[in-house]
Write a protein that binds this ligand. Structure first.
Ligand SMILES: [Fe+2]
Length: 225
C-alpha cells in the first residue's frame, strides 16, 4: 500500500493549533508510560477497499454534506512515540471504524447494509503528526458490531512503511472481556495501553467526549537509514 499522501499533506480540516490544546494534551508522566510498546493487532477485513474522497481528520462531517454523523462526538488525540519515548513527527496516522450501525467503509460491509449505513460518517481519516508527534481526530465513540467489542483501528506509517497496525478500545466497555482479538494481548501493561478512557468534556454542552491514546512503536529514526 502506498501511504504517502501528497494531497492531504497539512491540509487537515481540523488543525491542532485550533484545539485549545491545553486540555487535550495535558500529560502527566507520558514519558514513563511511553515505554510500553503498543501491542500490534490484526488489520481486520475492513481497511477501506476504496478510499473515500474525504480523508481528513474530521470523520463527523463528510465533504459538503450538511448533517453530521450519528454518534457521540469524540475528540481523539495523542502522540506517536518511539521506543525511547521520543515523539515521531510526520508519522501518518490512519484510523477507521464502523458507523453507529456497525457498517464499515468497505464494500464487504457496506454492500450488505446499504439501508443501514450512515452516509454522514466518514469511516476513515488520516493525519500527519506534528513536530511534537501529535495527532488529532474528531470522530464518534466506537460502536459494537457482531462479534466484536467497540474499537478503532489504527495504522501508523513512516514514509511509505507501515510501522504499526493496532486497535484501541473503550475502557470499561462490557463487551471487552469476551472479545477474541483483545484476548490475544496477554501483557497487562500492553493491555492497559490500548484501554482508553472516553471522558465527557466539562465545557461541552453537546456532551462531546475526549480520549487520549498515546502510541509507542518499536521503531526509531535510526531505522530510517
Ligand atoms: Fe474492526
Amino acid at each position: 500500500m502506498n501511504t504517502s499522501c501528497p494531497s492531504c499533506h497539512r491540509r487537515d480540516f481540523l488543525r491542532l493549533a485550533t484545539l485549545g490544546s491545553a486540555t487535550l494534551f495535558t500529560t502527566a508522566g507520558a514519558f514513563a508510560e511511553a515505554l510500553t510498546l503498543t501491542p500490534p493487532a490484526t488489520e481486520g477485513p475492513f481497511y477501506p477497499d476504496k478510499m473515500p474522497l474525504d480523508t481528513d481528520n474530521d470523520l463527523i462531517v463528510v465533504s459538503d454534506r450538511i448533517t453530521p454523523a450519528v454518534g457521540a462526538i469524540t475528540h481523539l488525540s495523542g502522540h506517536v512515540f518511539d521506543i525511547k519515548g521520543r515523539p515521531i513527527p510526520n508519522a501518518l496516522v490512519e484510523i477507521w471504524q464502523c458507523d453507529s450501525n456497525g457498517v464499515y467503509l468497505h464494500t464487504g460491509s457496506s454492500d450488505k447494509n446499504k439501508d443501514k449505513q450512515d452516509k454522514d460518517f466518514q469511516g476513515y481519516g488520516r493525519f500527519l503528526t506534528d513536530r511534537k508527534g501529535r495527532y488529532y481526530f474528531r470522530t464518534i465513540k466506537p460502536a459494537p458490531y457482531p462479534g466484536r467489542t467497540p474499537h478503532i483501528h489504527f495504522a501508523i506509517s513512516k514514509g511509505n512503511k507501515r510501522i504499526l497496525t493496532t486497535q484501541m478500545y473503550v475502557k470499561g466497555d462490557p463487551g471487552n472481556p469476551a472479545d477474541g482479538i483483545l484476548k490475544q494481548i496477554t501483557d497487562p501493561n500492553q493491555l492497559a495501553s490500548v484501554m482508553i478512557d472516553l471522558r465527557p468534556i466539562k465545557e461541552s454542552h453537546a456532551g462531546d467526549l475526549q480520549a487520549r491514546f498515546d502510541i509507542v512503536v518499536g521503531w526509531t529514526p535510526e531505522d530510517h537509514h
